[in-house]
Design a binder for this molecule. Structure first.
Ligand SMILES: Nc1ncnc2c1ncn2[C@@H]1O[C@H](COP(=O)(O)OP(=O)(O)O)[C@@H](O)[C@H]1O
Ligand SMILES: O=C(O)C[C@@H](O)[C@H](O)C(=O)COP(=O)(O)O
Length: 326
């Protein structure tokens, strides 16, 4: 099957949430304490997804809040250069700063990120800064779970979801769980479940669904999807890292996507590149099998490169990888 979208829309995708900064270690196979130099990129999961989608040729827009300083200017300018509409990215007027993410590459398999997200500007987006007129111009509203971590960003996102549902915009929820700004497991599970149940498509790792279900040990994909299909959801994607991913349909059909093995440089960036190519495939009318291949191929390309955003592949690169491996 394939997902259908309202075709009469100016934007393929509008993402809401954080646009921030990644500082990726230049020295490989070294702990952060011994890492002396970093390269700066635009980061933040929904920003990465918007950038990836735009590189694939989708018309993308973004709703978010950035710091009114050099970092905010850099984020906005970079996103504009990548063809993203930034007219609904607002500057924070109360001195809140854009988030910073430092990455550590201990080995290709052992990567971690260190996030500086105290009082970050993106979590101060408020519902008056979310425009119904803007959202109704989109086929997809892409929601990042981290934007639900605190008010007023939480209400801004819930407002955006309401506008989307009112105006036939598909809500795609990327669970994107970052523990830092959440206060408790119960609170996280409540808001994750609330938005997942309202969404048309939910994408996350098995670990993230465990957070949504507030489980202490690994949950069962069948139970997860049975629950979501009692609500609005049309498609559930569950990722299992290098073991691949699954797309579940309400009629019981399950599609499996294999990961494409590659020479891994670092593991972060996999999820965002996967989401952007998976959504590209859905918007361009491809079936779910093909969408899984697009997501996996895009992730495989990005994990072999230094950044998340700048490394996002083109359609040709993705198609070539799929051809070579089939
Ligand atoms: N080491 C890897 N090599 C190749 N592809 C990978 C690797 N790790 C992940 N992927 C691809 O990226 C997708 C998303 O990765 P995953 O780790 O599940 O998500 P996240 O980055 O959000 O935690 C996987 O389904 C797989 O296709
Ligand atoms: O999402 C962030 O704020 C950090 C990202 O910019 C960073 O590139 C990253 O960790 C991406 O990893 P992914 O979510 O696995 O794609």
């Amino acid at each position: 099957m394939a997902l259908t979208f309202n075709q009469d829309r100016e934007y393929d995708i509008i993402a809401i949430g954080r646009a921030a900064i990644d500082l990726n270690a230049n020295e490989y196979n070294r702990p952060m304490e011994e890492t002396m130099t970093f390269t700066k990129y635009v980061g933040g999961s929904p920003a990465n997804i918007a950038i990836g989608s735009s590189k694939l040729g989708l018309k993308a827009g973004f709703i978010g809040k950035i710091s009114k300083d050099q970092h905010g200017n850099f984020i906005k300018q970079y996103m504009e250069e990548k063809g993203i509409d930034t007219s609904h990215i607002v500057y924070d007027t109360e001195g809140h700063k854009s988030g910073l993410t430092f990455t550590e590459i201990l080995s290709p398999e052992e990567c971690s990120i260190l996030m500086y997200r105290d009082q970050v500007a993106d979590l101060y987006l408020d519902s008056t800064e979310v425009s119904e007129d803007y959202i109704k111009k989109a086929k997809i509203l892409l929601v990042s779970g981290t934007a639900l971590a605190q008010s007023p960003s939480r209400e801004a996102v819930l407002q955006a979801v309401q506008y989307a549902k009112k105006n036939d915009v598909k809500v795609i929820f990327e669970l994107d769980h970052r523990p830092y700004t959440w206060k408790s497991a119960e609170e996280t599970a409540v808001y994750y479940s609330l938005v997942a149940e309202l969404s048309d498509v939910v994408i996350g790792t098995r670990d993230e669904y465990d957070v949504m279900e507030n489980l202490d040990s690994e949950g069962d994909n069948e139970k997860t999807v049975q629950h979501l299909f009692q609500h609005n959801t049309e498609l559930v994607v569950i990722k299992h890292g290098v073991d691949g991913s699954y797309a579940y349909e309400p009629d019981g059909t399950v599609h499996r996507g294999q990961a494409y093995k590659t020479k891994v440089l670092k593991t972060f960036g996999a999820g965002d590149s996967y989401a952007s190519a998976f959504l590209y495939a859905l918007v361009t009318g491809k079936d779910y099998e093909t969408a899984l291949k697009f997501g996996s191929a895009s992730a495989s390309i990005v994990v072999s490169k230094h950044s998340s955003s700048e490394a996002m592949p083109t359609v040709e690169e993705i198609e070539q990888l799929i051809r070579e491996r089939s």
